[in-house]
Each structure stands twice: as structure tokens, then as C-alpha cells.
Design a protein around this ligand. Structure first.
Ligand code: EPU
Length: 419
């Protein structure tokens, strides 16, 4: 099994390009199920989760053509079965995103119920309730969500509590082909929701309000394919910026969308980093100074993203001063804390808050990746630790970070993939 070996201590300098956003690519690929003609998706990141989604579509008989530049053309005219099997769903919970499109387009869907998850219980009750509210009959049988609807789904008023990103996305996709108007209240405002809505609008959907907490969808009878480029990955960008705030140096990230990173940028500035940006680039300068500790609380967009929480725990572990990091989105997203503690970090957990006493330096150690963002936090810790860090189970990292060791190496890090 692959591992990452990092010899800490290098300052990061240089320029890299951001990859396409995983959490935008996944719903957009699922949306291809709604179209009567092929959907072309560009700027797809080369990630295990994207491969899993393509495999999922392929397993239904959908024709997926991939070009060298990771542009994919998805043609659903050859679809044979409407079944998202457990073998794929268990490796990627976002498989639930095919539920809405399958029901809306083919009036039937069987999606394996996702099981437990390393970051919390993550139920899918809101997805199921929403499909029921739109007229579907949904039963749980043999570990599967079995859903069907007579005729088209019907527009409905859906109120999310709590706010759910993929829940909102499932409803937007289902409502796009439903009969009548759907109003989503307390909708997720994440930029990836806007990206999906923009793609659906290109396909002929009538969607208003994406990016606000009320989204109104007027169902249409058919959607066509289109050509769409996935937005840049704000979490990937945020992760590299945080790395530089820890190591020092100057790094420019091109193909970025800084306007979606406001909460992260504000916190990075409080660490002492200087940040400059234009419409499609962002640059961080940290010089040689140590970061100052920053306290934060995660929340749905536009609050500080839970997907950046682990990386900031790493930063605070070596920062000047004490801090608290409070997680409000997922109940168990602190698996990285014990691993960073193995590297000497002084962190204690009290409920959903990590209390961190910044120390001068971490010590390299063998550590274990437990989920995607936890893994990223261990890479950052390894970059500043004294001596070698070996991160095991890095398949978690490959789910969400494209060529992470190549990008970091280009910036001067001493990192390599070993087996
Ligand atoms: N929730 C329910 N019932 C539901 C759905 C969600 O109670 O039916 C709860 C969850 O348990 C959680 C909260 O609602 O406490 C918010 O979860 P949400 O549904 O928004 O999460 P998600 O849609 O499953 C997406 C991202 C995650 C990201 C979260 C929060 C995708 C594919 N995944 O998950 O990304 O952390 O939103 O922003 O978009 C990652 O990339 O590492 C990742 C985990």
C-alpha cells in the first residue's frame, strides 16, 4: 500500500495550478443522468472519487468517454440499470447524488444505503424525505434505498434542517425535471451548489437563487447535454495556502477563484500571512515568520469550511500562542488530533472543540491517514516536522488531492510516494 514520506523543514516557493473541484465534479457528473444528449465535463480533477463516480455511471451502462485532458463525455442513452451498488457506494458516500437524477429521469432508482463514516454518522434521511415530498415512494430494503415514482416527480417545498450540501444538490437535480415549481428553503449556499446549478442551466434547467438560502426551480420537460468546465477546488487551494502559512515562503496559485475563499483568507491573514489575489489567482507570502495561532468555528458556507478544519489544527499545533478549533458540521471530525499528538502536538479535545497549545516544532513520526482532510492535515504537519514522517493509508488523500506530492515537490517540499 502506498505511503507518503516527507522530510520536513523545506520552505515552499513557486507557482502551481489549482485542480477542478471534487465536490463540484461529483454532482455535475451525476447530473449527466438527466440529459437526453451527451454532457461534456471539463477541468475534471484526476481523483479516486471522480473515477468512482465514472465507474458508478459505467456500471449502470452509461457510456463514458474520457479524453487525455480529463474532459469526459457522458452519454446516458445506453443506460441499462438504475442501480448504485453497495461496492461503489461504500467507497464514496457522494454516490447518493444519483438518487435524484435517476428518479427524475427514469422514475426509478436503487441506491445502496451508505454505511458509517469516519467523520460522523452522516445519515441520508434528508435526501429520502425530499424525494418523498416530491411524490416518490421510498423504502429501505436489504440495505438499499428503493425509490420509484408514477409519472414525473412533483415540485414541492423542501426545507432543509440542517442545511445539507449534497441534499440541496439532489433536490436541485430532481426538481429540474419535475412537474411544477420546487422551493428549497435553508438551501446550502456552497459555491459547488452554484456550479452545479450553472451546469444545469446550461443544460436547459430553470433555476433561480443558487448561492442563496432559497433556491427556486421551475421544472422543465427535458434537459440536453452541454459543455461545462468544473470550478477550481477551493479546499485544495486553501490547503496549499495553509501549508505555506506553516512552512514560510511565497506561493502563487493560478486558476483559482479567491472570492470563494474569504473565510479561509481572513484566518490566514490573522496568522500573519500576506495574501494578494486577482480574479483567477491568489498568492500567499509568509516570509520566515512563524504563524500566529487563530481560533475558529466551522459552519456551512460562507462560514469557515469544515473541509479546512483539520489543516488549521495542524497550523495551530506549531503556531505562536493558544487556540480553539470548534467543529459544528460533523460530530466526529477530529481523528487527526491523535495523529498530530503522535508527532508531539499539544492538543486536547473537549466535546466538539480542540484546544491547542502551539509548540515550537513537531517531530516526524509514522502516522495514519483516517479520512481525506485529516490526511491533508498530516501532510502539512509532516512538512514542518523535524525528521521524516511516513503517512500510511494515503488512498484517502488520493480521493481528493490531485498529484499532491508532485505539486508540493514543485514548490520545494521533500516528499515522495513510497510503497
Ligand atoms: N445530514 C443529516 N441528514 C442528511 C444529510 C446530512 O443529518 O440526510 C447532516 C450531516 O450528518 C452533517 C450535516 O447534515 O452533520 C451537513 O452534511 P452535508 O449533507 O452538508 O454533507 P455532505 O453533503 O454529505 C458535503 C461534502 C463534504 C463536506 C460537507 C460539508 C460533497 C461530495 N461532500 O458532504 O466534503 O464536508 O458537504 O461542507 O460535496 C470532503 O470533501 O472531504 C467532504 C467530506
Amino acid at each position: 500500500m502506498d505511503k507518503l514520506l516527507i522530510n520536513g523543514g523545506s520552505v515552499l516557493n513557486g507557482t502551481i495550478y489549482a485542480s477542478g473541484a471534487k465536490n463540484s465534479a461529483l454532482p455535475i457528473l451525476a447530473a449527466s443522468l438527466l440529459a437526453d444528449s451527451p454532457l461534456k465535463v471539463g477541468n475534471l480533477p484526476h481523483l479516486n472519487d471522480v473515477t468512482t463516480m465514472l465507474e458508478l455511471l459505467g456500471s449502470m451502462g452509461v457510456d463514458v468517454m474520457l479524453s487525455d485532458e480529463m474532459e469526459v463525455q457522458v452519454d446516458t442513452s445506453s443506460i441499462q440499470n438504475l442501480n448504485a451498488r453497495y461496492e461503489l457506494v461504500k467507497t464514496m458516500r457522494a454516490s447518493i447524488l444519483v438518487l435524484g437524477p435517476l428518479l427524475a429521469k427514469f422514475q426509478k432508482a436503487t441506491v445502496a444505503l451508505p454505511g458509517g463514516c469516519a467523520i460522523g454518522s452522516r445519515p441520508v434521511n434528508l435526501h429520502i424525505d425530499a424525494m418523498r415530498a416530491m411524490g416518490a415512494e421510498v423504502n429501505i430494503e436489504d440495505g438499499n434505498i428503493k425509490a420509484s415514482v408514477k409519472g414525473r416527480l412533483k415540485g414541492a417545498k423542501i426545507i432543509f434542517e440542517p442545511v445539507s450540501v449534497t441534499g440541496t444538490e439532489n433536490v436541485i437535480m430532481a426538481a429540474s425535471l419535475a412537474e411544477g415549481k420546487t422551493i428549497i428553503e435553508n438551501a446550502a449556499r456552497e459555491p459547488e451548489v452554484i456550479d452545479l446549478a450553472n451546469c444545469l442551466i446550461e443544460m436547459g434547467a430553470n433555476i433561480k437563487g443558487a448561492g442563496t438560502d432559497q433556491i427556486i426551480i421551475e421544472g422543465v420537460e427535458r434537459l440536453e447535454g452541454a459543455s461545462f468546465r468544473v470550478m477550481p477546488d477551493r479546499v485544495e487551494i486553501g490547503t496549499y495556502l495553509t501549508a505555506v502559512a506553516m512552512t514560510g515562503g511565497r506561493v502563487k496559485i493560478k486558476s483559482a477563484r479567491p472570492e470563494y475563499l474569504s473565510a479561509v483568507i481572513s484566518k490566514l491573514e490573522l496568522t500573519g500571512a500576506e495574501i494578494n489575489f486577482g480574479e483567477d489567482w491568489i498568492e500567499i507570502y509568509m516570509g520566515k515568520s512563524k504563524p500566529k495561532a487563530v481560533s475558529l468555528t466551522t459552519g456551512p458556507y460562507p462560514s469557515f469550511p469544515t473541509d479546512m478544519q483539520a489543516q488549521f489544527v495542524s497550523l495551530n499545533a506549531i503556531a505562536e500562542g493558544n487556540s480553539t478549533v470548534t467543529e459544528t458540521v460533523f460530530e466526529n471530525r477530529f481523528m487527526h488530533v491523535q495523529e498530530i499528538a503522535r508527532m508531539g502536538g499539544n492538543i486536547s479535545l473537549k466535546g466538539n472543540t480542540a484546544i491547542i497549545e502551539g509548540i515550537n516544532t513537531l517531530q516526524g513520526a509514522p502516522v495514519m491517514a483516517t479520512d481525506l482532510r485529516a490526511s491533508a492535515s498530516l501532510v502539512l504537519a509532516g512538512l514542518v516536522a523535524e525528521g521524516p514522517t511516513v503517512i500510511d493509508r494515503i488512498y484517502h488523500i488520493d480521493r481528493g488531492y490531485e498529484r499532491i506530492e508532485e505539486k508540493l515537490k514543485m514548490l520545494g517540499a521533500d516528499i515522495e510516494r513510497i510503497s
